[in-house]
Design a protein around this ligand. Structure first.
Ligand code: SDX
Length: 431
């Protein structure tokens, strides 16, 4: 059977240029245009990469039209329902669900990397107390390469594995430290007998003056929230980590780059922006005013937590997040959360509005997460930190896949240049 190809005719000239069509196991085929510039002297042009596959991957598959999200083939709904976060981490990193023995070994290894170098506690004191926790995370995670030299040689599989475990294990500790520093409370050390999410909640909310018992329902909700945020194909921050890693930068520096990218309100910062938006709306009767603003081309306002580059259907994570939100509010006895009322009414109106239907704008993962995280006790400035904590395993898994790809090379896009052509320097006296 002849290989499928795509033919490109430029300006009616022959010969046509022919490019191989590559087929994945599922999802859109791709046209391999790697030789396009050599063959035609032209680049493709795709700002925002709306039609560009940047890599081959086996980790996560999204069908945006059907609202499907699979991690190594397993639906997010099943992973969130049945497993815990470290099981999802194992799956993303190694490609298979762990056996009981593999899970116990992985849990043990991660748990015994949760402490950070004691010197890092002094690193925090350089920040203002009112610094945004995401600024602290960018700084402290980037600084990990200054503390863990023995796991920065990316050519050594053992060091790559140690760096991966360190990142997954230490992100909750560092995130909790960023929170404690922000609120002016002493740091709380990890406790090895606690599960991943319970340990995180303990490090955030325990204080030295009394015992703190983690609520198991809230710990389960936290695990599920982490699972929902773990990985999401080639999103902006993952692409940032891959591009940073393609130069051979150490994994801690790459993850710090991913954290910086995630911070943007169009990406991971949307959970913080969505809750701020609900506060700004303030009451259900003001929703129409904001819906009109979101539709107004001259108004930069957008409904935060709505819309997605890939999902043109309901984000499957948003449905699970909404269910988790009701569970958490129920467990905490929060009967009527005005922001939840506004969010539910905003969703109902938006999903029946012609503009949102035509543009296929649905709630995404960030729409309900803010209400849930606020109910768990986190300030809005911590919401994206929790997203980064959970996404670290996705960034690491994608980085590992790229580094282990024998075809891997440094990423270096080109451009359409529309600036000034050659001109000679003019001395200032003659300008
Ligand atoms: C995340 O990529 C990922 O996978 C990301 C993520 C992950 O897990 O990594 O899923 C996490 O980042 C989720 C998205 C969080 N961001 C927000 O909720 C911010 C609000 N959403 C928008 O900024 C926007 O929808 C994006 C950024 C998410 C997607 O933008 P696109 O794909 O570039 O789409 P677009 O901006 O071209 O919008 C298409 C149209 C535009 O109208 P037209 O120019 O065609 O007339 O839809 C409109 C937009 O104006 N539109 C919105 C809107 N989102 C898009 N209008 C009002 N409110 C919105 N939220």
């Amino acid at each position: 059977m002849t290989k499928p190809t795509a033919k490109l005719e430029i300006g009616g000239e022959s010969p046509e240029h022919e490019f191989d069509i590559l087929k994945g196991s599922v999802g859109p085929d791709v046209i391999n245009i790697a030789s396009l510039y050599k063959d035609t002297g032209m680049f493709t042009y795709d700002p925002g990469f709306t039609s560009t596959a940047s890599c081959e991957s086996k980790i996560t598959y999204i069908d945006g039209d059907e609202g499907i999200l699979l991690h190594r083939g397993y639906p997010i709904e099943q992973l969130a329902e049945h497993g815990d976060f470290l099981e999802a981490c194992y799956l993303l990193l190694y490609g298979e669900l762990p056996t009981k023995a593999q899970k116990e070994d992985f849990d043990y290894r991660v748990t015994h990397h949760t402490m950070v170098h004691e010197q890092m506690t002094r690193f925090f004191t350089g920040f203002r107390r009112d610094a945004h926790p995401m600024a602290v995370m960018c700084g402290v995670v980037g600084a990990m390469s200054a503390f863990y030299h023995d796991s920065t040689d990316i050519s050594d599989p053992h060091q790559r594995m140690v760096a991966s475990l360190r990142m997954i294990a230490k992100m909750p500790t560092i995130a909790a430290m960023a929170y404690k520093y922000h609120v002016g409370q002493p740091f709380v050390y990890p406790k090895n007998e606690l599960s991943y999410a319970a340990n995180f909640l303990h490090m955030c909310f325990a204080v030295p003056c009394e015992d703190y018992k983690v609520n198991p329902v809230l710990a389960r909700a936290m695990e599920r929230i982490f699972i929902l945020h773990a990985d999401h194909e080639q999103n902006a921050s993952t692409s940032t980590v891959r591009l940073a890693g393609s130069s051979g930068a150490n994994p801690f520096a790459c993850i710090a780059a991913g954290i910086a990218c995630l911070w943007g309100p169009a990406h991971g910062g949307a959970n913080e922006a969505a809750l701020n938006m609900l506060s700004e709306i303030g009451s259900v009767d003001r929703i129409p005013e904001f819906i009109d603003r979101a539709k107004d081309k001259n108004d930069p306002f957008r409904l935060m937590g709505f819309g997605h580059r890939v999902y043109k259907n309901y984000d499957p994570r948003a449905k699970i997040m909404q269910k988790t939100c009701h569970e958490v509010l129920g467990e905490l006895g929060i009967k009527d959360d005005p922001q939840l009322d506004i969010a539910m009414e905003l969703e109902r109106i938006a999903l029946t509005d012609e503009y949102f239907i035509e543009k296929k704008l649905y709630p995404n993962i960030d729409f309900y997460s803010g209400i849930t995280l606020k109910a768990l006790g986190f300030p809005t400035t911590m919401f994206t930190v929790l997203f980064a904590l959970a996404r670290t395993v996705g960034w690491i898994a994608q980085w590992k896949e790229m580094i282990e790809d024998p075809k891997q090379k440094i990423g270096r896009p080109r451009q359409l240049y529309t600036g000034a052509t050659h001109r000679d320097y003019v001395p200032i006296a003659k300008r």
